[in-house]
Design a protein around this ligand. Sequence first.
Ligand SMILES: N[C@@H](CCC(=O)N[C@@H](CS)C(=O)NCC(=O)O)C(=O)O
Length: 212
Amino acid sequence: MKLYNFFRSGTSHRLRIALNLKGLQTEYVAVDLRTEQHLKDEFKAVNPQMLVPALAVDGKVLIQSPAIIEWLEETHPTPALLPTDADDRAHVRALAALVGCDIHPVNNRRILEYLRKTLSADEAAVNAWCATWITAGFDAYEALLAADTKRGSFSFGNTPTIADVYLIPQVESARRFKVDLSRWPRISAVDAACAELDAFKNAAPLVQPDAG
Ligand SMILES: N[C@@H](CCC(=O)N[C@@H](CS)C(=O)NCC(=O)O)C(=O)O
């Protein structure tokens, strides 16, 4: 399997965590978003949407991290990243979607570039934009964690689920945008629990071959 990704991309980070939790090795193909390699024809031929990550496997290319993570769960069911009960699965998928659908997309590089270049936003305004949407999402995520009386060390239960796979890269991004995480003690505790695990450690942006 070939993983087209970028060390600092949150969606790449989440896919690396999922692959590591499943114990799967991939060939790392760096696509540098800083030099806009993703907008070149070579990568457009891999993913017409020109976004990372993409996973090439058995002659096909899978795109969209939620679809790839669900595909991994279906093709490599052990260890499971979703609970067995349908209600619990809906809860874990909702936590993941809160990050994946409602926080990450509005803070994506191309959105921030539009704010900078088309709307003339300065870096302070861009950081305030990101902090606004991270705060709105994390306030809700924290409330959902607080309401879950069965919760262990992770976002759901005592083992990592796809909720953690989505949450940790967003925490990393919050740090990058200088958002004070002390407002969310439960999210911070989940982050600390995940940081103990090799699957998360080895997926971190700064330990990737293209980090710099
Ligand atoms: N929904 C897509 C989003 C992918 C995405 O937005 N990737 C970002 C990096 S985190 C990207 O390639 N951005 C390039 C850009 O914004 O120009 C997924 O989850 O795979």
